[in-house]
Design a protein around this ligand. Sequence first.
Ligand SMILES: O=C(O)c1ccc[n+]([C@@H]2O[C@H](COP(=O)([O-])O)[C@@H](O)[C@H]2O)c1
Ligand SMILES: Cc1cc2nc[nH]c2cc1C
Length: 337
Amino acid sequence: MTLFPTVAAFEAALEALPAADEAARGAASLRQTQLTKPPGSLGRLEDLAVFMAGWQGRERPRFERARAAIFAGNHGVAVHGVSAFPVSVTAQMVDNFRRGGAAINALADAVGLELFIADIDLETPTADFTTGPAMDEAACLAALNIGADVVVPGLDLLVVGEMGIGNSTSAAALCLRSYGGTAAGWVGPGTGVDVAGIARKIAVVEAGIGRHDDFLRTPFETLRRVGGREIVAIAGAVVAARLAGVPVVLDGFISSAAIAPIAAAYPGITEHCIAGHCSAEPGHERLLAALKLEPLLRLGMRLGEGSGAAVAVGVIRSAVAAHDGMATFAEAGVSVA
Ligand SMILES: O=C(O)c1ccc[n+]([C@@H]2O[C@H](COP(=O)([O-])O)[C@@H](O)[C@H]2O)c1
Ligand SMILES: Cc1cc2nc[nH]c2cc1C
C-alpha cells in the first residue's frame, strides 16, 4: 500500500496527526497508583508505561512485536570529504547487518527487537545538495513510502535507525534550516572527521542552505532538497507510525534530524516519540532540546544504525513489564492504611 501517493497526501497527514488515547492513558495512570509501590517510585518507568498505553490505546500496553527499521542511503555531498569513511562502507555495512555481524544485530537480539533493513538505491547516491536538490519529488515520495511500509499491522513499538556515509552533514543542514543558529552549531565529527573535515562540513552546510534557502518552505521540500533517502524514509516511518498508533524510539543525531523539518512546523509530531538516547554528536543535545524530548539514556554512543535506541528499548520493556506484571495493593493484600 502507498500511504503517501502524493506530496499533498503527506501534507494532509501532518495537518491531522492523531492524538493519544486519553482514556487508556487515564486507566494506565490509575493502575500505576494501585501497584505495590510508593507513588512515583518507579520514576520515569511510570511515565513510559503510561506513554505506551496512550499510543497503543490499551491500559496494559503490549510488548510482543517490536521492530527496528534501519534505513541506508548514500549521499552526494560525500564528494566534499565530509566523512572519515568512504561511501562504499554504507553497502558493506548493509551486508554486515544482513549477515548479523553489526552492533545493531547484537543489541536488537539482546532486547527482542526484530530487525528490518531497507537499503535505498545505494548505487545511486543523492545529488550533491550544494549544487541542486538532493532528490527529485518522485525519489523523495518513494523514500517516504519505503519508510511508511515498515509500519506493518501488529507492531507494538518501532525503532528507527540509519546508516549512510556523509549523512551527519545532511542532518546538520536539516537542523540549521529547522531551528536556525549557525552551521558550526550543528556540525560535529560524525564518524570522526578532524578539524579540517569539520570546516569542510560547515562550508557544505552553509552552501547547501544558501543554495536552497528560498525553496525550503515546507517539511517535504526541506527533506527533498537537503535530506537523503534514508533520512526521508525515517520521516515517513515516524508519520506512518503516528497514524497507526505505534510508539517510536528515535536513535541518534541523524534519526532525530529526520523529523526536525516536520517538528519545526508541526511540533506535535514528537508526541509519540521517545528519544532513546543522546548521542555524543554535539548537535544532538541541542536538537533534542528543540524537539522538547528528554533522552532516556546518555551513554556517549555515536554509532547510529539504531544502536542507542535498541539499548533504550530494554528500559521501555522493563517499564511495560512492571506495569503489567506487578500486583496491585488489593491483589497482594498489602495495606496502605
Ligand atoms: O547516531 C548518531 O548520533 C551518529 C553520530 C555520528 C555518526 N553516526 C553514523 O555515522 C555515519 C554518519 O557520519 P558521517 O561522518 O559519515 O557523516 C552514519 O552512518 C551514522 O549512522 C551516527
Ligand atoms: C563502520 C561503520 C558502521 C556504522 N554504523 C552506522 N554508521 C556507521 C559508520 C561506519 C563507518
